[in-house]
Design a protein around this ligand. Structure first.
Ligand code: SF4
Ligand code: SF4
Length: 79
């Protein structure tokens, strides 16, 4: 099972709450604005992410999602 961490950049208002709450210091604010004119959060050090979901819980704009993905392809059913 692998995890995928995704930030919807254009939902982000650059409040920085996720950056502050991350226990692994993974997140930073970008120096490039999004469509709303905010500096959005991004994973500056994705290799350090432990998928604790703190950033997802904290984000007031629900801009961050973590999904689990199975590496294995679905097995065919027995006939
Ligand atoms: S899931 Fe946890 S470790 Fe990963 S970026 Fe969010 S707060 Fe940081
Ligand atoms: S908490 Fe949400 S809105 Fe605030 S900077 Fe992080 S992703 Fe953007």
């Amino acid at each position: 099972m692998t995890h995928k961490h995704r930030i919807e950049t254009n939902r982000c208002k650059g409040c920085g709450l996720c950056v502050t709450v991350c226990p692994k210091n993974v997140l930073e604010l970008s120096d490039q604005v999004n469509v709303k004119g905010y500096f959005p959060a991004y994973q500056a050090r994705p290799e350090d992410c432990i998928y604790c979901t703190m950033c997802c819980i904290m984000c007031p704009d629900v801009a961050i999602t973590i999904t689990k993905e199975s590496k294995k392809a679905a097995q065919p059913q027995d006939a």
